[in-house]
Structure formats: C-alpha cells, structure tokens
Design a protein around this ligand. Structure first.
Ligand SMILES: [Zn+2]
Length: 498
C-alpha cells in the first residue's frame, strides 16, 4: 500500500497515440474523500452530472469513493498522493488492456450480469413464446455498419394489434457503453410480461397503455462493449474514414447527436470526437430506425436511458426560454427524479433542462410532441461493477412506475373524425396559448384519429384543423384536474374547397 497525494497541477501530455502513451499503471485509490475527488479534478468538475469533465486519459471511473485511474510510474513514484490507499492493479504498455482491466474486471471480459444483444433478443423470444399476446416484436431497422436488426417490442394485454391508447416508449443504449439502459429496459420487459395478471400495477398498465421497448438502439456499438473488445465504445461502428477498418476507437458516429432537430447545434462535426454528429441529419440507420418507429406510433411519454450522473435531462431551455409545455414537463421530470434513489442512498436523482440540440429528447418533443426524458443512470462510470447493477435497475424501475402514473393525465384525450363518415382523421390539434413556432404542430394519429395531450388543468383554447375540412376553434375547453378529459371533434368538409 502506497500513500501519496493527488497533485492538482498534474501535467497531462496530450495522448496522440499508442506510441506516445505514457501511463502504464492502472491504479486503484480507495476511500478518496469527496472533497478531494471534486476539488482535485478526480471526480466530475463543474457539474454534479458532468462525466465529460473527467480527463478520460486519466480517470476511468469514480464509483463511490473508489477511483480507478491511469498513472505513470513517475506520478506514482513521486508519492504525490497523500492520505489515500493506492494499489497498482495492473501494469501494461497497452492502454486498452489497462482500460479493459479497469472496466471489465480481472477476467477482462464483461460480467454475465450484463446481457449481450443476442441474449436480450433470445430472452424476448422466450417471453413471446410463453406469452404471445403480451409481447410482439418489430424490426425497425438495421444497423449502419453490420446490418444487424434493431428490434422494438410492443407490449400490452393484446400486443398482436395496435391499441387506441396512450403509448409510452423506453429505449436504451444510444450510447453503447452506457449499458444500464439495455439492462433496465430488459428488466422492464421481464416485469411487464411475467407480472401481467399477477401484479396489479403491471396489469393496469398493460390493460390501459401500449408500452414500446427498444432495449438497444446502437446494436453494433453495444456488441463492441459486451463482446469484450472495447469497453469505451460509445458511438456506432460506422467506418467514417472509409478505410475498410472498423472498431478502432474512437471511430463512429454518436447516434444521440444524429436527429434532425437543430442538428447543427448538437455534438461536433469533428469525426475524431466522441460526440461526432455525422455528415448530415439522419445519416445513421440507428436514427432512421427510431424515426421510423416515431412515425408509426405517437408516444405520449418516453425515456432514453443513459449513464451517468443520476440526473434527468428534459426539454428544454432555448435562448433562455423554457419549452412550451415546460410546466407539465418539469412536473413529470421532477416527480420521476424524486422517486429514483441514488446509488449512495443519500438522496434521489435531480433534473436539469437540456438544450435544443440533435439529441433524442428535443427531437421527440419538438417534432412529435412526445415528452422524452434522458435519464442518466448511476454515477461515476459509464457502466458499473456487477454488484451495483441490481440496485440501479431496481431504482430505475421505481422511476418507471412514477412515469407511468402520468399516463393517466390530466390532459385532453382527443378524437377527430369525419362528421359524415365517422372515419378517423389526421388533424392538427393546436393550442395557441401554449405552442409556439419552436415545435411542430401536433396531430392525431392516422389509425384512430386520436391524440393524448398532457396539460395543466384549467381552460385551454384548442384549434382543430384538417385539409379539406372546416377548422374548428374551441375557445375554452375545460381540462379537469384528474384523468383524461375527452374531446371529440367531428369535422365537416369545407364548402369553400376549390
Ligand atoms: Zn449517453
């Protein structure tokens, strides 16, 4: 055991490649006091959630008061860390090897508590075999590089057909090294299918909602991590420089920067950076798969799981202005956050407004009216030691339970039909006192002419319009304090249609 002190002024030579790589030691520091973790830049710098402010060439994880870091023999030898227990876990000139040892553990392979994509798909198949009415699978796309199928799962008390109900989406692993997303979504799948008819809350959800799950969005990247090849892999596997070689870190596109809402404001245009947004909006098949899903099913609420920070990002703050539905969004985000305990059990998750960028939440909210939350699960690493996994899943299932309570309103349950034929219509449902030009107009769905819109109780002005029909303007629709207020609108063909 060596005692030494963190040198705050530690000079970090830029790491340009394997040849210049100097930190040959993987060092574990234990019982690092919180003040030192923060003040000396060992832990997140400015924000409670900011893992980006770690120097990833140096700090690999900070879970609890244990820090895993890369160090040079000189840094260790100078004995510049004081009052800390430090152990050299591994010595190697191969940086990836040290990172594997830090993040995968002694076997250098991912612990079995984490599921490969194949195992997730197989488990879903087993569940569907036993409960064919409760879960059905749809391929929503194929991955950019390896053409692996990207699956979405529909769950309800009769998932063999679309239901005229509010729909909710949970997805994981836009960022493939943020493994908790896939694990939480898989655990939710298991809970919903096996709990139906057994657990009263689960049964009620399945009877009144359509729940969609996409356990892994970035399937190729997830395979890089779960197969033991590279625990750092965040982006997809696109061969950005077209040299025919893939899997060389950090190549790829950040699929959580690839949506078309303010695309140019998201991430970076630099392909070597971990937040590379790609050459143009929806350049990546993973994003197109999600676009396809969102086009075929409107979601009232959704969650994109990420790691880390124990924070929920919600849409949005834009030029110092909140999102049009801010009061509803913030109320839901805060309620969900308050019900997810932190890993250290001292509190609960916090909330923070995200920017209007090319990530999933501004896109789903701005384009589709879905209140999408990014939930940053766990703290101090992108994925966690096996012992921490069940706790993080259980904590986040409490968040799911809280989120789903909000599918009961208050708000408007709109149905728009053709007055003469009773056929459902895709109509714009515009609330001019709430919406502004930052968001696309919300519409009823094609199949049922339905739309559910969460609102604050009170009077709302509602304008319903559809091409070829006379517009209906309702000056004061009273939305009750509890449950869904039904609003049926029958549109008549416009007599002035040329
Ligand atoms: Zn992420």
């Amino acid at each position: 055991m060596i005692r030494f002190m963190i040198m705050a002024t530690c000079v970090l030579a830029p790491v340009l490649g394997q040849e210049t790589y100097q930190r040959t030691l993987l060092v574990e520091l234990r019982h690092v006091p919180a003040a030192m973790r923060e003040a000396h830049g060992v832990a997140a710098g400015s924000g409670t959630y900011s893992f980006g402010s770690y120097d990833p060439e140096r700090i690999l994880s900070v879970v609890g008061d244990t820090v895993l870091m890369l160090a040079t023999p000189a840094e260790l030898g100078k004995a510049t860390l004081e009052g800390l227990e430090a152990t050299v876990v591994m010595e190697s000139a191969d940086k990836l090897m040290l990172i594997k040892r830090a993040l995968y553990g002694p076997t250098l392979m991912l612990d079995e508590i984490y599921h490969s994509y194949d195992r997730i798909v197989r488990r879903a198949e087993e569940l569907a075999k036993v409960h064919p009415r409760l879960i059905t699978r749809r391929m929503i796309g194929e991955t950019t590089q390896c053409k692996r199928p990207i699956y979405a799962y529909r769950l309800s008390n009769d998932a063999t057909k679309a239901q005229a109900r509010p729909a909710v989406l949970f997805d994981g692993c836009h960022h493939s090294n943020e493994l908790m997303g896939a694990e939480i979504v898989l655990a939710l799948m298991e809970k919903l299918v096996t709990g139906y008819g057994q657990d009263a809350a689960v049964t009620a959800w399945m009877d009144t909602l359509e729940i969609w799950l996409v356990p892994v969005v970035n399937v190729d990247g997830h395979d890089m991590v779960t197969s033991g090849r590279d625990p750092r892999w965040r982006k997809n596997l696109r061969d950005v420089n077209s040299d025919g070689v893939t899997g060389v870190y950090p190549e790829g596109v950040d699929v959580n920067r690839g949506y078309d809402f303010n695309w140019a404001m998201g991430g970076t245009g630099d392909p070597d950076k971990v937040s590379y947004r790609g050459p143009y909006p929806f350049s990546e098949a993973e994003n197109r798969a999600m676009r396809h899903l969102a086009a075929t099913r409107q979601f009232l609420l959704s969650v994109s799981y990420h790691s880390q920070g124990e924070v929920i990002f919600y849409p949005w703050v834009w030029n110092d202005l909140p999102a049009p539905d801010d009061s509803v969004i913030k109320r839901i985000a805060a309620d969900v956050a308050a019900h997810i305990p932190t890993m250290d059990a001292t509190g609960s998750y916090t909330i923070a407004p995200g920017g209007p960028s090319s990530q999933s939440y501004p896109w789903l909210y701005g384009r589709h009216g879905t209140i999408d939350l990014i939930i940053e699960t766990g703290k101090g690493a992108q994925f966690f030691p096996p012992a921490e996994v069940p706790g993080i899943i259980a904590a986040n299932l409490k968040g799911v339970e809280t989120l789903l309570k909000h599918t009961a309103g208050p708000g408007l349950a709109v149905q728009v039909t053709d007055a003469a034929t009773g056929m459902p219509l895709v109509a714009q449902v515009w609330l001019p006192q709430i919406e502004n030009e930052t968001v696309d107009r919300r519409t009823t769905d094609a199949q049922f002419g339905r739309m559910w819109r969460l609102l604050e109780p009170g009077r709302h002005q509602v304008i319903v319009s559809c091409k070829g029909y006379s517009t209906v303007a309702l000056r004061a629709v009273e939305v009750g304090g509890k449950g869904w207020t039904p609003l049926e609108v029958r549109l008549k063909l416009s007599s002035s249609t040329p």
